[in-house]
Design a protein around this ligand. Structure first.
Ligand code: ADP
Ligand code: MG
Length: 250
């Protein structure tokens, strides 16, 4: 297995607070790696550093062997790093299909996205991508529904679909089941497993539900006060005394 993403001594300070402290994380091609840790551990900071929404204090991030720290967020997306956003990337007044079209067009043509709504017939490849994405997240039957009218779980699936439109090889997900009912959570977990398998995706998942994490992950990394204190298979991490003490409550 090869490493798709690697952070090297990655440090992010906010004023006097060190949110990530010399983090060395490797994500292997094709795996589902979960990042866990208590509130404030630095999980979202790490994700936002990878997407370049945040500038690091020091250290480096390599994607497919090349440093991405000099890239803009949209360039990182073009390289193949997608993110399903915790806060909405959805246009509420547009339909499910129009939202997917905008994401597909952004992926195919960069910045011409808004013209697309007026010239959609000239972009067959975009329509095809939209269909694939909506099919993957099982929203084809709802394609004409206004996004604002979707139930909460479907909105989150649309967000995952929007992230998939750029055909990422690495998908970052920051608490994708936050705020979901148990049924929606289970559907989303099934969806994540299915897209990982069918699309050959590598996934970095931040998830607070330990039952989900231990059932879905190939490997787990435990972040505590900006430090990775343990990593390994679910069994290895569950049995780690440092993790028991710092996180799983003895
Ligand atoms: P997690 O996602 O694991 O809950 P975060 O990465 O959001 O943790 O936060 C890590 C630490 O960095 C916390 O102490 C948080 O308060 C702090 N932090 C996060 N973002 C900022 C910011 N933009 N400005 C100042 N402090 C921040
Ligand atoms: Mg967070």
């Amino acid at each position: 297995m090869s490493t798709i993403l690697e952070t090297r001594d990655l440090v992010k300070e906010f004023g006097g607070l060190t949110a990530t402290d010399d983090v060395n994380l490797q994500i292997q091609d094709g795996e589902l790696l979960s990042l866990i840790g208590p509130n404030g551990a630095g999980k979202s900071t790490l994700i936002n550093l990878i997407t370049r929404m945040l500038e690091e204090t020091s250290g480096d991030i390599l994607f497919e062997g090349e440093s991405i720290t000099d890239l803009e967020p949209h360039e990182v997306v073009q390289r193949g790093v997608g993110k399903s956003f915790q806060t909405a990337s959805i246009f509420p007044d547009l339909s499910v299909e129009e939202n997917a079209n905008i994401a597909s067009l952004g992926a195919e043509h960069g910045s011409f996205r808004f013209n697309f709504l007026r010239h959609r017939d000239s972009y067959p490849e975009v329509a095809e991508r939209t269909r694939d994405v909506l099919d993957a997240v099982e929203l084809l039957p709802q394609k004409d529904v206004t996004a604002a009218d979707l139930p909460y779980g479907d909105k989150r699936r649309l967000e995952i679909g929007i992230a998939l439109a750029s055909e990422p090889s690495l998908l970052l997900m920051d608490e994708p089941t936050a705020g979901m009912s148990p049924e929606e959570t289970q559907e989303t977990v099934d969806l994540i497993e299915r897209v990982q398998e069918e699309m050959g995706l590598t996934i970095l998942l931040v998830e607070h539900d330990m039952e989900i994490v231990f059932s879905i992950s190939d490997r787990i990394a435990v972040l505590h006060q900006g430090d990775i204190i343990a990593r390994g298979t679910p069994e290895e991490v569950q049995g780690d005394p440092d993790v028991q003490e710092a996180y799983l409550g003895g």
